[in-house]
Design a protein around this ligand. Structure first.
Ligand code: NDP
Ligand code: 8X3
Length: 249
């Protein structure tokens, strides 16, 4: 029987690339996001893989619950949960920060991850197996100027990842985080509210990580033998040494 991976934020970037990579690895997939067209396109692309689409906003705990409870029998047994949905909203000094941006980052990156995990973990506990991968960030390991609340949200993911691993120890469920540095996705377009020129500049003058690079690492992580847990992995492109030091030409 195929293993099932549940991917939040599968409609673009790292989540989408992970869906494609895991399909090649023989997984069947629950693809989550808010943009139906993008998820349907992905399902069409993955037409040889069993997939199920779940449309919900991770911020809404009732929607999260309803969506996960609506899974058809064939997709209910989740082997791998990839907590990937998330974004930065804005890049401002703390004093200029926008409260709606702050709400979005805390509600999506932190509370959304909690709601999804809380709904999926009980069935993993019953089966005494499962694997949770939390997508953190280098922004969860260090704080950079104007990163304030996004960095706080990713530091929270780092803490939640550790907390989950401690509390789920001995239950059969393994937990680990992957913390990417700069990855060329829709991330900066969202951060800069659709300003494509500003978004593109983030990735100019060096070779940033691509979503596929992270997807391949996720594939490696989920295909290790049961006794091997990659607990916390930071990945940067070669040009990046820290959040603020990037060798651009
Ligand atoms: P993208 O913007 O390409 O993808 C973000 C995904 O999250 C989309 O599929 C989006 O789906 C989903 N999402 C956003 N908000 C919500 C919401 N409220 N409810 C449900 N789904 C939501 O960015 P990335 O692929 O780069 O980002 C994926 C993860 O990787 C994020 O957690 C991000 O913080 C992290 N990361 C990214 C890095 C980068 O440089 N790109 C580096 C380090 C970490 P939809 O809009 O359809 O809802
Ligand atoms: C995304 C990477 O450096 O833009 O988490 O915060 S960064």
């Amino acid at each position: 029987m195929k293993k099932t991976a549940f991917i939040t934020g599968a409609s673009s970037g790292i989540g989408k690339a992970t869906a494609i990579a895991l399909a090649k690895e023989g997984f069947q997939l629950v693809l989550c996001g808010r943009r139906e067209t993008k998820l349907t396109e992905l399902q069409e692309f993955l037409k040889h893989t069993p997939t199920h689409q779940l449309l919900f906003d991770v911020r809404d705990k009732e929607e999260v619950k309803k969506a996960i409870q609506s899974l058809p029998e064939a997709f209910k047994e989740i082997d791998v949960l990839i907590n990937n949905a998330g974004n930065a909203h804005g890049l401002d000094t703390f004093q200029d920060g926008n409260l709606d941006d702050w709400d979005a980052m805390i509600d999506i990156n932190v509370k959304g991850l909690l709601y999804v995990s809380k709904e999926i973990i009980p069935a993993m506990l019953k089966r005494e197996e499962g694997h949770i991968i939390n997508i953190g960030s280098t922004a969860g390991k260090e704080v950079y100027p104007k990163g304030n609340v996004y960095c706080a949200s990713k530091h929270a993911v780092d803490a939640i990842n550790q907390g989950m691993r401690l509390d789920l120890n001995g239950t059969g469920v393994k937990v680990g985080a992957i913390n990417p540095g700069l990855v060329e996705t829709e991330f900066s377009k969202v951060r800069f509210k659709g300003d494509e020129d500003r978004a593109n500049k983030v990735y100019q003058g060096y070779k940033a990580l691509q979503a596929k690079d992270i997807a391949e690492i996720i594939c490696f992580v989920v295909t290790r033998p049961y006794h091997v847990n990659i607990a916390d992995l930071t990945v940067m492109c070669t040009a990046q040494a820290s959040s603020t030091i990037v060798d651009k030409n």
